[in-house]
Design a binder for this molecule. Structure first.
Ligand code: HPA
Length: 247
């Protein structure tokens, strides 16, 4: 069973036929929302709204450990994490979709490992390739099959939020080599790796990052919402095509 974590603009999976909503608790507390078990494109999936069903949990307060733990306990075989991003690169425009292949983590103060606390043993995971290659490939193939453009590589910068960045901060991220910026990619990806869960992020470009493109004069939140509403159709279509291809 595949898990889908929905971010801003995807608090529900419209075409998910929900069978059972399950409120779970974990040794790390409560996940952001109940797990919605159901079928999508005829395949079993479980959906979790990262920011809660009412979109009320800001990025730095998401209980990433509880979310990932709950999905592991549900025995998912992989996670597609949908998330909105700002684009630092001029050729990645609002409405575009991209599958990041690398991460730079600028977040702080977020519980970011399962291997701490009383009785825990220190563990260091390999994070050279932060995303699962096979899952990325399946998403790319699915997008190609239905003719949706999906960028095959990008460096994702995870910022703390919840505020957006300053123009100078975006310049710094660009100098560091980042292509897109979002607030939820970490520690989510690292925690998935700690649990050995294949994880890929599907990023929707919601806006040009601060000081870039049309957003030079400031970022319009109304415009972000409009872009996300339109692009989520494509996210649905890609995931649907990927599941349909499954044996
Ligand atoms: N910055 C950080 N996170 C985001 C942005 C942004 O510009 N757009 C959507 N998520």
């Amino acid at each position: 069973m595949l898990a889908i974590i929905g971010g801003s603009g995807l608090t529900q999976l419209a075409k998910l036929e929900v069978g059972q909503r399950k409120v779970v608790s974990t040794p790390y507390g409560e996940p952001s929302a109940a797990l919605s078990f159901g079928h999508f494109a005829g395949r079993p999936v479980v959906f979790l709204a990262r920011h809660g069903d009412q979109h009320s949990i800001p990025p730095h307060q998401v209980n990433y450990r509880a979310n990932l733990w709950a999905l592991a306990e549900a025995r998912v075989l992989g996670i597609v994490a949908v998330a909105a991003v700002g684009s630092i690169r001029s050729d990645l425009r609002p409405g575009d979709l991209v599958l990041p292949d690398q991460i730079i983590d600028y977040t702080w103060g977020r519980p970011s490992t399962f291997h701490e606390g009383p009785g825990a043993v220190v563990a260091h995971i390999d994070f050279t390739e932060p995303y699962d290659q096979a899952l990325r490939r399946r998403l790319l193939d699915a997008a190609a099959t239905i003719g949706i453009r999906l960028g095959a590589a990008a460096v994702y910068a995870a910022t703390q939020g919840p505020r957006l960045e300053s123009a100078a901060e975006i310049n710094r991220l660009e100098r560091d080599g980042a292509d897109v910026v979002g607030m939820t990619g970490m520690p989510e990806a690292a925690l998935a790796r700690e649990l050995a869960l294949p994880y890929a992020a599907l990023n929707v470009v919601a806006n040009y990052a601060a000081g870039r493109g049309d957003d030079r004069g400031g970022i319009s939140l109304e415009a972000i919402h409009a872009v996300l509403a339109a692009s989520m159709q494509q996210v649905h279509a890609i995931i649907e095509a990927m599941l349909r291809d499954d044996e």
